[in-house]
Design a protein around this ligand. Structure first.
Ligand SMILES: Nc1ncnc2c1ncn2[C@@H]1O[C@H](COP(=O)(O)OP(=O)(O)OP(=O)(O)O)[C@@H](O)[C@H]1O
Length: 337
């Protein structure tokens, strides 16, 4: 058990399920999210991410199971949960003809924050999300990125313990995405906020989340940090090494395959040469995969086989590879069977 898991979970889902008629949108979901964590709920469209979030907020009734947020049963006490949680939907709505400041003060009022405090807090938050100069501009003129940053200020105004962000980066340009993610990370690290972020953008999730849950067809098929995920996924290889070698041939290929732990050896595609032509080329790049770092052993094997080693680049498999393997590789259905 890691230190973080020694704490009580902030979000606790127990066998949580949701059905619409015969269709199961969320299927016996069990998940704990701990204080200060940034957790990424990653899955393709229709996986059940939004439905899960709505159950955590007590906005839709589970068919079975329970969702606890800050120890509160969400379906029994949705109002209490609402006080603790800031929820930012994928399309944040504002009063378009009012200023950013007025919108925030309005939200503060709804949350019973005294008028004088509301204004100073709103100004502080506008500064925090980089919108100080736009404080008096009508939100109807805001870009998508500005709206999302204002959305973040809007969920923070009531000083929540948890923020839940549904596809927060949807439709924002790369620079805006970078800024928003940095801001979310900063909030978590400096203010101890627990963040649940739903997304199908694996690169973004990988950048800021401490842990990730892979959600497919209503089921959580794996969860953990990147290393743990890789291990959970049927021993999927987590390491690969690119070796620039010369000459390429069967003895060298056999030597690489003979190294303990190696699960795959292939030539790097993309140089436009057929395999037969590559054998005669000055050097080729071999990509070797396995469950652990085999760089030193592979280098030794190249030299021992009589070939020349011109370059070595150890690489890690990222969430990208895992995502493609499970969401797009056709293995998901088999696995969920
Ligand atoms: N009110 C509803 N009635 C019937 N089916 C629904 C309802 N709400 C959601 N669904 C279905 O439940 C499944 C999960 O939907 P959900 O919106 O939770 O997915 P999601 O992972 O959030 O997807 P997206 O990334 O597209 O928002 C989908 O197949 C959806 O069509």
């Amino acid at each position: 058990m890691t230190t973080i898991e020694a704490a009580e979970p902030v979000i606790q889902l127990k066998n949580l399920s949701k059905t619409y008629g015969d269709f199961t949108a969320v299927d016996r979901l069990n998940l704990n999210i701990y204080p200060g964590e940034i957790f990424g709920l990653l899955g393709p469209n229709g996986a059940g991410k939004t439905t899960t979030i709505l159950m955590m907020l007590g906005l839709t009734e589970p068919a079975a199971g329970e969702a606890f947020v800050c120890g509160i049963d969400a379906s029994r006490n949705p109002m209490q949960v609402k006080r603790k949680v800031g929820y930012m939907p994928d399309d944040v709505g504002f009063y378009e003809d009012r200023s950013a400041l007025d919108n925030l003060v309005y939200t503060a009022r709804l949350n019973r924050i005294p008028e004088a405090e509301a204004r100073s807090r709103a100004l502080l938050l506008l500064e925090r999300v980089g919108l100080a100069e736009a404080a008096h501009k009508r939100t109807g003129t805001f870009s998508r990125g500005m709206r999302q940053r204002l959305g973040l200020a809007d969920v923070l105004i009531k000083n929540p313990q948890v923020i839940i962000l549904d596809e927060p980066t949807l439709g924002i340009d790369p620079e805006g995405v970078r800024e928003l993610l940095a801001l979310i990370r900063d909030l978590s690290r400096n203010e101890g906020l627990t963040v649940l972020l739903s997304s199908h953008h694996l690169h973004q999730v990988q950048q800021i989340c401490d842990r990730v849950g892979l959600f497919v067809q209503g089921k959580l098929i794996a969860s953990g940090d990147i290393d743990t995920l890789s291990r959970q996924l049927d021993g999927a290889p987590t390491h690969r090494v690119e070796l620039d070698v010369s000459p390429w041939g069967e003895p060298l290929e056999a030597a690489l395959r003979g190294v303990e732990g190696v699960t795959d050896v292939r030539l790097k595609p993309g140089d436009g040469l057929a395999d037969s032509a590559r054998r005669d080329a000055d050097s080729v790049t071999a990509v070797v995969s396995g469950p652990s770092d085999m760089t030193a052993e592979l280098a030794k094997a190249v030299v021992a086989s009589g070939a020349s080693l011109l370059g070595v680049r150890p690489l890690r498999y990222g969430l990208d590879d895992i995502y493609h393997r499970y969401f797009e590789g056709g293995e998901t259905r088999e696995r969920l069977g």
